[in-house]
Design a protein around this ligand. Structure first.
Ligand code: FE2
Length: 212
């Protein structure tokens, strides 16, 4: 599904570990929907995100995913001019992939980043956070600048997600917290919940014929 990116040639430029005071599933779910972008990330990547740019197909057995197709706020979010591998809409499509249960990947035509979650208990999670650039951006004379810009942006985005997910966890822990309905833009969360229910409560998942 993501073969055109040829992610095997992307280069990791940074990797670090952080500990956040939230539940790992809250953080995973946060990653699985992108309608929080315009609100939670209003100061960074959310400014131009629109709900109609988001496509949330049904998940598969071991992962779920959704797509955002848009003009990127960073040059690296769209394909580099030297990138002749990606054509048409792929040049501006971002894939957001969750490999169950705890590996969250953002893959764009120019860069990738990921969070690997390692729960330390119900209310705390260690996060391995890494990212880097596609070969075309790495080969660009301005590669160093691109890496620095990307790292600065992702640090800010993480800070925003940390604030949101720590607050959500505190809210969920309140006596009067009750579950709500999911939106169609939370389809990947629905799939994740079914995965969790299968692993913890014997729920049997079913899948439509996988798309070719
Ligand atoms: Fe976020």
């Amino acid at each position: 599904m993501i073969a055109p990116y040829e992610v095997e040639n992307y280069q990791e430029c940074f990797r670090e570990t952080h500990v956040w005071d939230t539940n790992w599933k809250v953080l995973a779910e946060n990653f699985m929907e992108s309608y929080h972008l315009p609100v939670c990330h209003a100061d960074t990547v959310g400014g131009h995100s629109k709900l109609e740019e988001m496509d949330c197909p049904p998940g598969l057995k071991a992962f779920n995913y959704h797509w955002i197709t848009k003009e990127a706020s960073l040059p690296m979010g769209n394909a580099h001019p030297d990138n002749t591998r990606l054509t048409g809409h792929w040049r501006k499509t971002t894939a957001l992939i969750t490999l169950y249960p705890s590996h969250l990947i953002t893959l764009t035509p120019g860069y990738f980043w990921y969070l690997s979650l390692h729960p330390k208990g119900p209310g705390q999670v260690a996060i391995t956070f890494g990212g880097g650039l596609s070969p075309e951006f790495m080969a660009d004379p301005k590669a160093g600048e691109f890496v620095a810009t990307l790292k600065t942006l992702l640090d800010e985005v993480n800070l925003e997600d940390r604030g949101c997910t720590e607050k959500v966890y505190r809210g969920l822990s309140a006596d009067k917290a009750v579950p709500g309905h999911l939106s169609y833009l939370e389809r990947p969360i629905y799939d994740f919940m079914q995965y969790i229910a299968e692993r913890t409560a014997g729920f049997e998942r079913s899948f439509a014929q996988a798309a070719e």
